[in-house]
Design a protein around this ligand. Structure first.
Ligand code: 5RP
Length: 230
């Protein structure tokens, strides 16, 4: 049985086979994506692969610079060929919870701008129902206490995220509420309900966005496509 980090490396590198010359790529965040960015850098160096990426976090941008993956931004291009990202939970319909790293808003903007969205996880992330992982909800700092009270009425006990004793601030200058819904039976409805609250910027529910899922498990990579669910 491989450990989780070995599975992340395996799947993070495996997805790079889908990258072709000339592609514009959304680069997600998290430890699995580290291996993807590293592998992409190798292909740029060894094959002269001509690609450009838009990073979803400052950390990913730093990795791209370190490994030699050229970057751009949305002032230069409007559409991406593919976005690749990790996830915190994936259900059998390829619906996701994301945002453990706090990059969910940029991740969603980037995934939405891509023709295809590939999700890379180790097997510990696959679940029958979303919600055991607390749902990250990005909120505007002003009046976050009022917003949290409204979020709580939807059936959770929101916790303001902190890091090293300080309130965690996203790359967009917002706060994160981690919301323990436990079992989300109607994720699409919850997404609509949360987004209708003033003060909520975005949620970590990624509905109907995944094109292909790659799962690292026991030294193998198992693939599942959107069409397999129909
Ligand atoms: C960050 C995310 C990450 O993609 C998610 O947390 C997975 O991270 P890792 O690959 O480290 O397990 O959503 O906001």
């Amino acid at each position: 049985m491989m450990n989780i980090d070995a599975s992340k490396k395996r799947v993070g590198e495996a997805v790079v086979k889908y990258i072709k010359d000339g592609m514009k790529i959304g680069l997600g965040s998290g430890s699995t994506m580290f291996y993807t960015v590293q592998k992409l850098g190798e292909r740029v160096k060894e094959e002269g692969l001509n690609i450009v990426g838009i990073p979803t976090s400052r950390e990913t941008a730093e990795w791209a610079k370190k490994f030699g993956v050229p970057l751009t931004d949305f002032s230069n291009i409007q559409q991406l060929d593919i976005a690749i990202d990790g996830a915190d939970e994936v259900d059998p319909n390829l619906q996701l919870i994301k945002g453990r790293g706090g990059a969910l808003l940029r991740e969603k903007i980037v995934a939405d701008a891509a023709k295809e969205f590939y999700v890379i996880v180790d097997a510990s992330k696959t679940v029958d129902h979303l919600g055991a992982f607390p749902l990250p909800v990005e909120v505007v700092p002003f009046g976050w206490e009022v917003t949290a009270t409204k979020v709580a009425r939807l059936g959770c006990d929101p916790i303001l995220r902190r890091k090293d004793g300080e309130i965690f601030v996203t790359d967009n200058g917002n706060y994160i509420l981690d919301c323990n819904f436990n079992k989300i039976l109607e994720p699409k409805k919850l997404q609509i309900d949360l987004k209708s609250l003033v003060g909520v910027v975005e949620t970590g529910l990624f509905m109907n966005m995944t094109t292909k899922l790659l799962v690292g498990k026991d030294g193998e990579v198992i693939e599942k496509s959107k069409k397999d669910n129909r």
